[in-house]
Each structure stands twice: as C-alpha cells, then as structure tokens.
Design a protein around this ligand. Structure first.
Ligand code: PLP
Length: 407
C-alpha cells in the first residue's frame, strides 16, 4: 500500500523538530504548509520583478502585471471558469463571502427575500449574511443536519421556495468533513430560480473542481489552505451576475473615469479590486496551483480518502473515542471527543510530542451547539501526511490518555 505521496521533501518546514520530535501536522483545514516552489515564487518576485500592477509602462511594472494576470488565468483553469473576468482576487474566503453578501445583497435582494444556509456553516458563511439580514431585512433560513452531519434533504426541499434567492453552503464542512451533494442542490435551486454560492475553503485544495460543470453561480476559496500564501483568495462568479453587481470598495484601479461629480467603474474583474492588489500573494497562489496540478487533483483526492479511511478506522478503535461527523461522503477531516478528557488537555500534550491537532469550536459555534458540545479535537489532512504519522498519533494518544482522563 502507498503510504505517502513521496513529496515531503518539498516542504522545508517538515524538517523542523517540535519539542524534540519530528513535526506531525494535522491542521491543514486551518492552513496548509508551503512547498518550496511557492516560497521561491514569492521570493523571486520580491527579489527580481517587484513592481506595481496595471500602472506603469516600465519593465518591472509590466512584468508584475503579466505575472499577476497569469495567476488569474491559472485560477480560471484550475476551477474550470469560462473567463478570467470571473476571477476576483480577494484576501481570502472570508473577504470573498463578505464581498458577495454586500454586493449581491445590494443588487439582488429585497426585504423579505430569503438566503438559505445550513446550520453547520463556518462563521465566515454565516455572520456576513446575518449582517446583511440586519441591514436589508433579508430573512435567513437554515437547513438542518442529521446526527451524521448530513443535510436533511427533505428539509432542504421544504425550505426551498420562490422566496429563496440565494443558497450559500460550505462544499465540505470544516468541522464534520461532510461533503454535501452539491450538484443535486444546485439543480434544485436553479429550478426554483435561486442562485448558489459554495464556500470552497475546504474543497478547492482537495477535490477536482469544475464550476461550469457544477453550474454553481459563485465559489469562494483561500490560497493559504491550498498550499499558497496567506492574504489571497478568490471569489468566482458567473460573468452575467458579477456584471450586475456593484463594487463595494472604491479607490484606485477599480475606476474607468473619475470627475469631481461622478465615477464610472472599470470592467470585470477590476471593478471589485480597489487599490494595490496582493501581487506577490497572487503569484504565490499561481505557483501553488501549478504545484498541485503537477501532482493531479484526482490523485490528491484519492490519497486523502485513503488517509481519511485509515485514520477513521484506527481512531474509532481507541476506547472512549467518539467521532463527530460520520457522513457517508467526507473530505479528509475528523472531529472527535474522548470520554473523560478535555480536547485542550489532549492537544497540549500532543504538541509536546510534536503533533499539531486543532481543538475548539473551529469557527462554527452553531455546529457545536447542534451536537451539544463546546469543542472537539480535529484532525485534517494534507498531501504531505502519511499513514505512519497516523500510527504515531494513535500510539501517542493511547500513551497519553491515562494522563488526561479526568476521574
Ligand atoms: N469557510 C470554511 C469552510 C473554512 O474552513 C474557513 C477557514 O477555516 C473559512 C471559510 C475562512 O477562511 P479564511 O479564514 O481563509 O478567510
């Protein structure tokens, strides 16, 4: 059996020792480690062709512009978009969803219109809609999940009526790992005249993706979860919709003509990118996309499914472990609790052995509430993880449990 993708030497941070132990990193859902080609692309840009984009006629500016726009085309091909105009660079998934809530809200939503979410969204796909509801009298409805963490599809159809103008859902839940049947949901939404946004923070790095094939209207993701740098993300939108939506930030680069009386806006995608953009970060994201495409997204998905199955089997055999989120279709994320232990105690001791595991509410307090918990421990996998690391986790866990079990 293949026990690794044989690319660990691409990630220099894996040479680090944490408290004397080799680093075992199980928090890729929060942020991924960075491979050398990404680090080098950013360093190369700052070393040799750092310049402002879209502004100067001189060589450095032209080079920076070419690289920035090349990164946009890489994103376009990576997610299967029709044109680079549909790719808006943002600061990350959170910024993309806030942009959407503001701009789509202004263009398409009236008081009483409904935005349909699920009850297990990340706060980034919940709070911007609650803020919009307060500002514009939009109504929010929530699709419930069953005890496995799967959307209750009958309830979805009950909630979906002509008042629903937008459905915004995580493609994969960052807490439970649930992979939602998005194709079915999108088709049903479109039949009812509603648009769909997928929060792809946990899917873009892990699954092959084709936004046109899915026919999804908007898709948001973050570069730093896709082996790229922080400070860069994407909002994809169908051109026809984006062109009807107003910019939400004004300033340089997003204008066509400015007089003291009036401004006309630049065409897509620039009308949504006010100010000097994240040039080095976009170039880093482009390098990250090149990197994962060289491995192949199908291969990544298959390998991570193997990690998920192996870890699920081994972890659920540890006495007292309860998995939270047991959907039939999942991304490589496992939340769990252990009888008589506090996840924080456990994670602190695991860190003393070099093992990075996330604990807390994972920016989704409503998910915790749904499962009657205040926190879980969470393992999330990336392309560098191995089956041996999972073995190390399990044996370390077993040795630590007597120390952290509370009477
Ligand atoms: N949505 C989901 C499902 C996430 O997992 C995350 C981050 O964990 C976000 C949104 C927010 O991403 P960012 O903090 O990169 O904006």
């Amino acid at each position: 059996m293949t026990t690794s993708l044989d690319l660990r030497s691409d990630f220099p941070i894996l040479e680090r020792r944490i408290q004397g132990h080799p680093l075992v990193y199980f928090d890729s859902a929060a942020t991924t480690l960075k491979p050398t080609p990404v680090i080098e692309a950013i360093s190369h840009f700052y070393t040799y062709s750092s310049g402002p984009v879209h502004r100067g006629v001189y060589t450095l500016s032209r080079e920076a512009t070419d690289q920035y726009e090349a990164a946009r085309r890489k994103v376009q091909h990576f997610i299967g978009a029709d044109s680079p105009e549909e790719i808006i660079f943002t600061r990350g998934t959170t910024a993309s969803l806030n942009l959407l809530a503001h701009s789509f809200g202004q263009a398409f939503l009236r008081p009483g219109d409904v935005v349909l979410l699920s009850e297990i969204e990340h706060h980034s796909n919940l709070v911007p809609w609650q803020m919009l509801a307060e500002r514009r009298g939009v109504v929010l409805r929530y699709i419930p999940v069953n005890d496995a963490g799967e959307l209750i599809i009958d309830e979805f159809f009950n909630l979906l009526d002509r008042k629903v103008k937008l459905i915004s859902l995580a493609h994969i839940s960052n807490v439970l790992g649930t992979l939602h049947p998005v194709k079915t949901l999108i088709e049903a939404a479109h039949r009812m005249g509603a648009f769909v946004c997928l929060d792809g923070a946990q899917s873009a790095p892990h699954l092959p993706l084709d936004v046109q094939e899915l026919d999804v209207d908007f898709y948001a993701f973050s570069g730093h979860k896709l082996y790229g740098p922080t400070g860069i993300g994407v909002l994809y939108g169908k051109r026809d919709l984006l062109s009807q939506m107003p910019p939400i930030e004004g300033g340089g680069d997003m204008i066509e003509q400015v007089t003291l009386e009036k401004t006309t806006y630049a065409p897509l995608p620039f009308k949504f990118e006010a100010g000097t953009p994240m040039v080095a970060q976009a170039i880093g994201l482009g390098a990250a996309i090149d990197y994962v495409e060289t491995i192949g997204m199908e291969k990544i998905a298959a390998y991570e499914a193997k990690l998920l199955n192996y870890a699920t089997n081994r972890l659920s055999a540890v006495p007292g472990v309860k998995l939270i989120g047991t959907a039939r279709k999942k991304g490589a994320i496992i939340s769990f609790v252990i009888d008589g232990t506090h996840p924080l105690d456990l994670a602190t001791l695991l860190d003393c052995r070099g093992i990075a595991v996330r604990t807390g509410h994972h920016c989704s307090q409503p998910t915790m509430e749904r499962f009657g918990l205040s926190h879980t421990a969470r393992l999330s996998f990336g392309i560098y993880n191995t089956l041996e690391e999972i073995d190390t986790l399990i044996s370390t866990l077993k040795s630590l449990l007597p120390l952290v079990r509370r009477a």
